[in-house]
Design a protein around this ligand. Structure first.
Ligand code: AMP
Length: 220
């Protein structure tokens, strides 16, 4: 079996992280830990976390760091992530979360590499406006790639919809937030010599190849 990996994937929303994470997680046989997916599941379940999360998510705002740090800390200490590793998608989003992650990984699997999947802002804006997602299995679709007439999922037959936080206002707000709060993470990880920048523009297969090459060269 391929060795596992401890990977953090950074990048603007709409950079293609979701698509690549699914493939990378199959390849390295590690869980894809997406904080956005975890929160959306909580919203769907109507749990206390979900009720709280929905307010922030619909406004395009970040949840408080302490809530997110607790969620990710628990998840990284589960057996699959401890033994094989993980692909972290959507966390950390702030320098405060990144500092907490150093503490978390001191007793969980260490991080091998932090990848910044680089896609220009104008391109992600167009991609996000066209994004549709299956409500049941979270598979992503794009009206840019395939305009659809019936909105059912090819994988599970579920309804394919636009995310409630993919409105133009919320998208612009999330991208602004990314530039303000998350971009400093790039400097944080560059200073720690843990950062690799991968070009996210191009066919998904090409991007995946670049990601695999980078991971293999950086694996500790
Ligand atoms: P995403 O699917 O990664 O775009 O996340 C959707 C929303 O979930 C974000 O706009 C935030 O409201 C919330 N969220 C996800 N991850 C985090 C995080 N690490 N810190 C704070 N809020 C988060």
């Amino acid at each position: 079996m391929t060795p596992g990996v401890g990977l953090i994937l950074l990048g603007r929303q709409g950079a293609g992280k979701g698509t690549q994470c699914v493939r990378l997680s199959r390849h390295y046989v590690v869980p894809h830990i997406s904080t956005g997916d975890m929160l959306r599941a909580a919203v769907t379940a109507g749990s206390p976390l979900g009720i709280q999360a929905r307010r922030y998510m619909d406004a395009g705002e970040l949840l408080p760091d302490d809530i997110m740090i607790a969620i990710v800390g628990n998840r990284l200490h589960e057996a699959d992530a401890k033994i094989r590793g993980y692909i972290l998608d959507g966390f950390p989003r702030t320098v405060n979360q990144a500092e907490a992650l150093i503490r978390i990984t001191s007793t969980a699997r260490p991080v091998d590499v932090v990848i910044d999947l680089e896609v220009p802002r104008e391109l992600v804006l167009a991609r996000l406006a066209a994004r549709r997602v299956c409500v049941d299995c979270q598979t992503n679709y794009s009206t840019l790639i395939r305009p659809r007439r019936d909105w059912t999922c090819d994988v599970c037959g579920g309804d394919v919809v636009q995310r409630t936080d993919d409105t133009e206002d919320a998208i612009t707000r999330r991208l602004d937030l990314y530039d303000q709060q998350t971009a400093p993470l790039i400097d944080f990880y560059r200073d720690r010599d843990e950062l690799a920048v991968v070009d996210g523009v191009g066919h998904p297969d090409e991007v995946l190849h670049r990601l695999n090459t980078t991971i293999e060269s950086r694996r500790k």
